[in-house]
Design a protein around this ligand. Structure first.
Ligand code: 13P
Length: 247
């Protein structure tokens, strides 16, 4: 299967709503996003219960949607899990896998994250594989080693799979802290990720930066050669701010 983003590194901005929202607030936010016309590809990853709402509100618009997690299982006795085919039922394009909040709060391992990416691909979804080092790891000079370790089981799936996914670099110390990585700090890691992707024949995969991205810092981040877009948390809940990042 060839996906639109497989061949090119178009600008991509994805909002991760995390566990925010309710029907009334979402309706306002989605209505404000719906008319957006942009050369940037824009998407939102919403909490599971609101996938139906997002699909209704965004159908026919240029904005796509998806979820924040996926089960590695196809179906069965897996209480609380949500399968890739369920996400597809609601028209999802994307699914985040391995967000740092899931790695740290739900003990998701590098291998499980890679398995979730594979489950997403099998279901016809585009996995957004999130990686990132903690502050202690960065201070110990381990940032790139940590990211290479996190990516290894994903890259082991080979170029055919990897060319269909997106990578998001989200340094844990920059998430929700207001402390963004400098464009140069982010670029250094993005270049290392690009080199690892290139080494297996997947050099054109989109690599997003995430961590306190706002309208005021997006342009300088996007000016870096290996930053193809952003994965946006808090600022994705404010329509004007989110659209300004994409613009
Ligand atoms: P913030 O943009 O709120 O820092 O969150 C980043 C993030 O975790 C997106 O997945």
């Amino acid at each position: 299967m060839t996906t639109a983003h497989e061949q090119s590194r178009n600008r991509l901005v994805i909002g991760n709503w995390k566990m925010h929202g309710n029907l009334a607030d979402n309706a306002k936010l989605l209505a404000a996003l719906r008319p957006a016309v942009s050369t940037t590809q824009i998407a939102v990853c919403v909490p599971f219960p609101y996938l139906a709402q997002a699909s209704e509100a965004l159908k026919g618009s240029s904005i796509s949607w998806g979820a924040q997690d996926i089960s590695v299982q196809k179906q069965g006795a897996f209480t609380g899990e949500v399968s890739g085919s369920m996400l597809k039922d609601f028209g999802s394009t994307w699914v985040l896998v391995g967000h740092s909040e899931r790695r740290s709060m739900h003990a998701e391992t590098d291998q499980l994250v890679a398995d979730k990416a594979q489950a997403a691909l099998v279901a016809g979804l585009i996995p957004v594989v999130c990686v990132g080092e903690s502050l202690a790891e960065r201070d110990a000079g381990q940032a790139i080693a940590v990211i290479e370790r996190q990516l290894a089981p994903v890259l082991a799936q080979g170029a055919e799979s990897v060319n269909k996914l997106v990578v998001a670099y989200e340094p844990v110390w920059a998430i929700g802290t207001g402390r963004t990585a400098s464009p140069e700090q982010a670029q250094e890691v993005h270049a290392a990720i690009r080199a690892a992707l290139q080494a297996i024949g997947a050099g054109n995969v989109q690599i997003l930066y995430g961590g306190s991205v706002k309208a005021s810092n997006a342009a300088s981040l996007f000016s870096m050669p290996d930053i193809d877009g952003a994965l946006v948390g808090g600022a994705a809940l404010v329509a004007d701010e989110f659209l300004a990042i994409a613009a």
